[in-house]
Design a protein around this ligand. Structure first.
Ligand code: ADP
Ligand code: ZN
Length: 217
């Protein structure tokens, strides 16, 4: 089984992905995480992607798809079940993913769309904080730490993602509506799209995702 977890920035793709991959033994591929790692390691991809991401724009389809191909290639020897998180994010990427599935003999993915209203997305993104040491995530509005700025788990310092500031957040949501939302129409027409309300608790959303997977696979 292959899955795409789709949704606007702040819809909880990352959090849900981590749970789903454990429960169903899928291999998690997050293009956002892969790009952030590339930026940290100053690879050729990272150098091209850094400023684009800081502006809240999308990295080019060619760059992301090529990166994805090189992530899948070595993993494909040991698995045929992936969860794609953050890809496809444009209509050309839908076709590119279909091509990659052919190339690597993977079944075509089902798509789960996490729906969250805009006002909630803005609070989730601008309020998001991440522990610099253990990567635990918090939110100053919805899930504050006991002591401001200090991780509950490991007492590490909290940081923000560079693209979680208010201006970049607005730009990311604009880009989502313009370039990513059209992806839903294509998957809807293919009959592989499942949209769920992702405003509830992490557990509620996880249950909805499990239900879809178990009813269909
Ligand atoms: P978000 O929380 O905004 O969904 P991600 O961690 O998935 O964030 O991605 C962060 C940034 O990485 C995006 O705003 C975009 O610039 C870039 N990116 C990630 N995936 C893709 C993709 N499939 N195509 C183009 N750019 C991407
Ligand atoms: Zn921590």
């Amino acid at each position: 089984m292959n899955l795409v977890l789709f949704g606007p920035p702040g819809s909880g793709k990352g959090t849900q992905s981590e749970r789903v991959v454990k429960q169903y033994s899928l291999t998690h591929i997050s293009t956002g995480d892969a790009l952030r790692t590339a930026i940290r390691n100053k690879t050729a991809v990272g150098l091209k992607a850094r400023e684009v991401i800081e502006r809240g724009e999308l990295v080019s389809d060619e760059l992301v798809t090529e990166m994805l191909r090189e992530i899948i290639r070595p993993l494909r020897d040991t698995t045929d079940s992936f969860l794609f998180d953050g890809y496809p994010r444009t209509t050309p990427q839908v076709e590119q993913l279909a091509n990659l599935c052919e190339e690597f003999s993977l079944s075509h993915p089902a798509v789960i769309n996490l729906h969250v209203p805009e006002e909630t997305l803005i609070l989730r993104l601008t309020g998001r904080r991440i522990c610099a040491d253990c990567k635990a995530t918090y939110n100053i509005y919805f899930k504050p730490t006991r002591q401001a700025g200090v991780c509950d788990e490991c007492s590490g310092p909290l940081t923000k993602r560079v693209d979680d500031n208010p201006e970049t957040t607005r730009e990311r949501l604009r880009v989502y509506h313009e370039q990513s939302a059209p992806v839903l129409r294509i998957y809807g027409e293919q009959g592989v799209l499942y949209t769920i309300d992702a405003t509830g608790s992490t557990d509620d959303v996880a249950k909805k995702i499990s239900r879809i997977i178990e009813e269909n696979y």
